[in-house]
Write a protein that binds this ligand. Structure first.
Ligand code: SF4
Length: 332
């Protein structure tokens, strides 16, 4: 198959979001003069697109850079390099004022539903705040919109006056979802939105996100360390390791025929509901190496059971090894 490169990894539907060569390198400053003594290569050249009404799962162990990708897209942190196109327009260099209309199109749901909600504001005010900030609605009109959002996410209107500590974890995440919906966005970045919740509540929140996607035509970037969580909601999955995407394919391919040894290892940890099917668990040796000084060649070679000499010196490119399955591995 032809070498494709990361830029060729595209959605099949018209894109809502296109990112190309996205990088975020955090400087390490030391000493009295705060001189730069190196960089943390948190995101090191990531490219993908998300189509209208599509959910892309972004998975990898903690520290692989996936949450940094989400924050850099929203410019909650400033990317070091790359292109971020929303509706065809590159927003990376826009000023705060120029960015405002694009911010309305992209929202985020955070991992910890408690710390992401202001404890001194009522739930109704939290959900309604973006409507005031963007000058969309105030007073009675704002209250009506907020009430409808509470209905939409399965909270009662009577709860609008309550404060975050009066809600359960799952309900707090519903408040976060209602707040994200307030501005009628096209894309929501879901950053580990269920990992702080009990398993039974996780399913409810994922079902709610799937209903919203179907009814409102939303697109999601769904970030998680857990492949079985992204399985339910994503149409396509990108697997990240140490700042780079190592595999990218549709969900069925990832789950039935993973192409990268790291995807294989992640998949081997996913429980299989059928007791007749046995999957042997691949235990990776060691921790994810430091992104300050990532291993040479293939970043994964220090933990890969199949590594050969070439892996230590040559960086594998993301190539199309089967129709719409892209893998960065010399052995594929
Ligand atoms: Fe393993 Fe080498 Fe493939 Fe990297 S390139 S995943 S080290 S076999």
């Amino acid at each position: 198959m032809a070498e494709a490169g990361q830029a060729a990894v595209r959605a099949t539907r018209p894109p809502v979001l296109e990112i190309e060569g996205l990088k975020k390198h955090f400087p390490i400053k030391k000493g009295f003069l705060r001189r730069t003594h190196g960089h943390v290569l948190a995101v090191d050249g990531v490219s993908f697109t998300i189509g209208e009404g599509e959910a892309l799962g972004l998975v990898g162990e903690s520290g692989c850079g996936k949450s940094t990708v989400g924050r850099a897209i929203l410019r909650l942190i400033e990317p070091t390099d790359g292109v971020i196109r929303i509706g065809g327009e590159d927003i990376r260099e826009l000023s705060k004022r120029e960015l405002k209309p694009f911010r309305r199109q992209m929202q985020i749901i955070f991992q910890d539903p408690y710390s992401s909600l202001n404890p001194r504001m009522s739930a109704g005010d939290i959900v309604g705040e973006p409507l005031s900030t963007h000058g969309i609605a105030s007073g009675r009109k704002r209250e009506e919109i907020v009430a409808k959002l509470f209905d939409r996410v399965g909270l009662s209107r009577a709860q609008m006056a309550n404060f975050p500590h009066q809600f359960s974890g799952g309900q707090r995440q519903r408040i976060g979802i209602a707040r994200a919906l307030a501005l009628n966005p096209k894309l929501i970045i879901c950053d580990e939105p269920v990992s702080a919740l009990d398993v039974s509540i996780q399913a409810q929140v994922i079902n709610l996100l799937m209903d919203l996607q179907r009814d409102l035509g939303l697109s999601y970037l769904f970030i998680s360390h857990n492949l079985s969580v992204v399985e339910h909601i994503s149409q396509r999955i990108a697997v990240m390791y140490l700042g780079r995407i190592v595999e990218y394919a549709d969900k069925t391919t990832i789950f039935t025929n993973p192409g990268h040894p790291y995807t294989e290892a992640l998949l081997s940890a996913v429980p299989v509901p059928d007791p007749k099917i046995k999957r042997s668990k691949i235990v990776l040796q060691g921790d994810v190496p430091s992104p300050v000084k990532p291993p040479s060649g293939c970043h994964f070679h220090t933990r890969c059971p199949y590594a050969v000499d070439r892996c230590r010196s040559e960086t594998p490119l993301l190539r199309e090894i089967a129709p719409r399955q892209f893998v960065a591995c010399h052995l594929r």
